[in-house]
Design a protein around this ligand. Structure first.
Ligand SMILES: *[C@@H]1O[C@H](CO)[C@@H](O)[C@H](O)[C@H]1NC(C)=O
Ligand SMILES: *[C@@H]1O[C@H](CO)[C@@H](O)[C@H](O)[C@H]1NC(C)=O
Length: 412
């Protein structure tokens, strides 16, 4: 009696699993066919162009057949870089920045990505479809191959970083250093193709309104960066909104000619921090005490926008004597500012259409200075109740200034 009941229960469970699995398979196939119909370019450039380390596309006019023999993403990227150097129209006009787009995600299976990534990537690819541009989507394996090929001596530090968000922060810098091109996070969507990101008006002389210094450069652009925060330095708005500097650069998108010194400064700063951690703890960064010390550093300052802003700020000060806060667009209607070979775009460029609170001079997405939208600000960084509390406290009460803006990955 008991065993029959037992049998019946098992049969019911098995049946339930079969039904659920069948439903799941259906759901997946349905999902996949929706993807093909709605996003033809994801199919054309990602599903059909998958290879070792990710998916990539190099225009056939760039390679004249030699692309077919390439088997992995690292060789493909260096082929694209070599080809981009042969003709000026393979660079963003008025710059030395190759028309090569880089994105990264853990895999290339876009049928399992969030819907917003599919939509945004399709838009990046529409620029690839219509023009003279190479595209690289690096997966985790591709990143590993890249590090081993180009930066073998920092491989152990790279993999000792607390998590994937930080590795992604560092990878975008390294790929810009070695290959160059345009980087965009998966939740960014271009408004116009990168080949139009520099207009002649962006290169006009401008003046530091406080010191009177005029910046007038005729160098070709070798870096394009954008503001993510633009606040009056003596107001409390910036820290209430969670920024460390009143004028802070974004990292969700930027563009580089390979080898720009700012990129190396970022790496040097990171390695110095990691060196200090290993000296204070254990030389082996993968061990518990060192890992705990790394986890305790605010990720924004280890590899995030604070680290990046610091690197750019240091270099522009040393090379060009730039007063950092002169980059504000609040008093001049949001002008682009060329300092040496670095073009600093106003907040509207990579953050158009911000709301009224914390607008920081951001104009609508239809404005001529808007290049790209960032859809889900910070949502892919882990959030936690404590972080949310800090945000709430800063926004509404103007307190909790030093409360962390990012959840730490406490090891308990
Ligand atoms: C690109 O050029 C470099 C230097 O000229 C060369 O060493 C490398 O093999 C080239 N890469 C490819 C994939 O052709
Ligand atoms: C950020 O990192 C730098 C370099 O490692 C360090 O000197 C600085 O004290 C840190 N700042 C904060 C607020 O943690």
């Amino acid at each position: 009696m008991a065993s029959r009941r037992h049998f019946r229960r098992r049969a019911v469970i098995t049946l339930a699993i079969v039904v659920l699995f069948t439903w799941y398979l259906h759901w997946r196939t349905d999902n996949a066919s929706i993807v093909v119909a709605q996003y033809p370019l994801l199919s054309k450039y990602i599903s059909a162009q998958r290879g070792d380390g990710g998916a990539w596309h190099i225009p056939s006019s760039w390679t004249q057949g030699s692309g077919a023999a390439i088997e992995n993403i690292v060789d493909a990227a260096s082929l694209a870089l070599n080809a981009s150097r042969l003709l000026p129209e393979r660079q963003i006009p008025q710059s030395a920045i190759p028309l090569i787009i880089h994105q990264t995600w853990k895999n290339t299976h876009h049928d399992r990505w969030p819907e917003s990534f599919r939509r945004s990537t399709e838009t990046w690819l529409s620029g690839v479809e219509s023009g003279n541009m190479a595209y690289f989507l690096w997966d985790d394996k591709g990143i590993a191959q890249f590090i081993r090929h180009f930066e073998p001596e920092i491989e152990s530090q790279f993999y000792a970083l607390p998590n994937n968000v930080e590795r992604s922060d560092v990878f975008r810098i390294l790929v810009s250093k070695w290959i160059g091109g345009i980087y965009g996070d998966m939740d960014t969507e271009p408004i116009r193709p990168p080949s139009t990101w520099i207009a002649p008006t962006d290169l006009e002389p401008w003046q530091d309104l406080e010191t009177g210094t005029v910046y007038k450069s005729t160098e070709p652009v070798r870096a394009i960066v954008g503001l993510e925060a633009d606040c009056l330095p003596d107001s409390d708005l910036y820290w209430r909104m969670g920024y460390f500097y009143p004028i802070q650069l974004t990292q969700w998108s930027f563009a580089w000619a390979p080898g720009h010194p700012i990129l190396q400064l970022f790496i040097d700063r990171l390695l110095a921090t990691m060196q200090a951690v290993s000296e204070d703890n254990d030389p082996r960064l993968e061990l518990y005490s060192a890992q705990q010390a790394l986890y305790a550093i605010d990720p924004l300052n280890l590899t995030g926008p604070v680290a990046f802003t610091d690197s750019a700020r240091g270099w522009l000060k040393t090379e060009w004597g730039l007063r950092w806060n002169a980059l504000s667009g609040l008093a001049d209607g949001g002008l682009s500012k060329l300092v040496g070979d670095v073009l600093v775009l106003p907040i509207t460029a990579f953050s158009p259409g911000r709301g009224q609170y914390g607008n920081m001079g951001s104009k609508p997405v239809t404005d001529a200075s808007a290049r790209l939208v960032h859809h889900a600000e910070g949502s892919w960084r882990k959030s936690s109740v404590l972080v949310e509390y800090g945000k709430f406290c800063r926004t509404f009460f103007g307190r909790c200034r030093d409360w962390s803006k990012v959840s730490h990955n406490w090891i308990i």
